[in-house]
Design a protein around this ligand. Structure first.
Ligand code: GTP
Length: 460
């Protein structure tokens, strides 16, 4: 465990150094990746991460004070590092605890979690900015007159670090620290996806970033730097069509490239545009992760509404909707349609004699048998209790009658604890201008007649 914490400290120092390399004004970087590492370490390890991060904050402050030759004693440097550590850690710890708690509640869906994370990232990064800048002023590392110009770049840089890199660092830390406080299973289930597609889409992003940033470099006008926002389109496309893991990796890669090109091409005059672009594109793409998830939820809901959970045949709602569509189509194209209503005979007795579980089994067996004898265009639905409806688009009365007779005989072969199951049927063929209510009523009347005659037969 100790080695892992030493690794976290070293990783924190290395990532901090990455942020410093792209510092464009004192204490503010285009993005501040270490904010993302702090947030994810607190998310994965909780308070166990504090020691490594606090040590990192003190080491960095001492190093920085020496580097800028600030007139501070060693004790003052350590105190300043401790204050910086507190200001940097506390808000992110609160934010990470909130996200950790929400992720453990099944009632919070992935889209809700993502939106909350984006809001928490913005708010905690702002609180960290205010606290760290205050600590820098109190410990004489920043002049009060520079606070105004440092505040916004500091905040946006920290926020970019959290939004862009927390998902990626969290994935890595969960892999390294097995007893993590949080699970990303919901997002990592699909893995990375096809490497070929990944290469193509990454290539497109890279080409777009280079093209738009070269444009800004060559034209030298501040307006041209806004072209980077076109990247939101390709990232939204990736978010909606690829796995969340791919989304997060491509986001980190694009942001890193933007940050490097700002420095290589000397686009410092437009740096805030790029800072805002990274935040907006990342927030947009993370929110995009929710789109496929929402689609999946909708399909699940649709399945629940349109399928009977016990027998897995269609639901009443589905049959009524589908029947109206089919009846209209059959009238329009002068195609026949036959509707059948059927009901198990003395089903109450099966329940009473053998119990409800046996009754359920009988309903399931009847549906399996009937379904196996239908074609793709036929529909079977459970209307309620032991009553079912069959719809045969394209079949005339006589053809449907023959098929139903075979279904009736097959149902009569089903044995539930040595009791034979049987069903009665009512059949009606669609007449000119007739609607669903009318044909259903006629089939139901025919079923009534079959029951009156003793059941286990087709009423007409
Ligand atoms: N096991 C089980 N029983 C159900 C379910 N839904 C309804 N039932 C039972 O189905 C029975 C239907 O009873 P009835 O409407 O009197 O029908 P029946 O006994 O088949 O009588 P006839 O239709 O006149 O032959 C009732 O006992 C309900 O409790 C279900 O999902 N599972």
């Amino acid at each position: 465990m100790l080695t892992r914490h030493v690794f976290l400290l070293l990783a924190w120092l290395a990532v901090w150094q990455m942020g410093r390399l792209v510092e464009y004004t004192d204490h503010a970087s285009v993005w501040f990746p270490v904010a993302g590492l702090t947030f994810s370490a607190l998310l994965v390890l909780g308070k166990r991460a504090i020691l490594a991060i606090m040590t990192g904050a003190i080491v960095i402050t001492v190093w920085q004070a020496n580097h800028y030759q600030l007139p501070l004693s060693l004790l003052e440097m350590i105190w300043a590092g401790f204050l910086f550590g507190l200001a940097h850690i506390l808000p992110y710890w609160l934010g990470a605890s909130l996200i950790g708690r929400l992720s453990q509640h099944a009632s919070h869906s992935a889209p809700q979690l993502i939106v909350t994370f984006l809001v928490v990232a913005a708010v905690t990064a702002f609180i960290v900015t205010v606290l760290v800048i205050s600590s820098l002023v109190v410990t004489n590392q920043l002049d009060v007159s520079d606070v105004g110009k440092t505040l916004l770049p500091f905040w946006i840089g920290d926020m970019a670090g959290v939004i862009v890199l927390t998902p990626l660092f969290t994935g890595i830390l969960i892999y390294l620290f097995p007893n993590a406080h949080i699970s990303l299973d919901e997002f990592t289930r699909e893995g990375l996806g096809s490497l070929k597609r990944l290469a193509k889409k990454m290539g497109l992003n890279i080409a777009l970033i280079i093209a738009t940033m070269l444009l800004a470099y060559l034209s030298g006008t501040p307006e041209s730097s806004f072209a980077i926002f076109f990247l939101a389109v390709t990232h939204m496309w990736i978010a909606c069509t690829e796995s969340p893991v791919f989304n997060v990796v491509s986001l980190a890669a694009s942001s890193l490239l933007i940050v490097l090109l700002v420095h290589l091409l000397g686009l410092m005059d437009h740096v805030m545009v790029y800072q805002f672009a990274i935040n907006v594109i990342a927030a947009n793409a993370l929110f995009g992760i929710a789109v496929p998830q929402l689609k999946a939820y909708n399909q699940e809901l649709e399945h629940l509404v349109y399928t009977d959970t016990l027998t897995h045949v269609s639901s009443r709602q589905y049959m009524v909707q589908q029947a109206e569509v089919e009846i209209a189509r059959c009238h329009q194209h002068k195609v026949p349609l036959t509707l059948v209503v059927f009901d198990l005979d003395d089903f109450k007795l099966i329940n009473d004699q053998h119990g409800h579980i046996a009754g359920d089994k009988a309903l399931q067996s009847v549906c399996e048998v009937a379904k196996s004898m239908l074609s793709k265009t036929d529909v079977i639905a459970r209307f309620g209790g032991d009553e079912f409806v069959l719809m045969f688009p394209g079949l005339r009365f006589s053809a449907a009658f023959n098929l139903v007779e075979q279904i009736r005989m097959a149902i009569h072969q089903i044995l539930i604890d040595e009791t034979t199951v049987s069903a009665s049927f009512g059949i009606a063929e669609l007449q000119a201008k007739e609607d669903f209510i009318s044909i259903f009523h006629r089939a139901d009347q025919a079923l009534y007649r079959a029951k009156q005659k003793g059941g286990n037969q087709i009423g007409v």
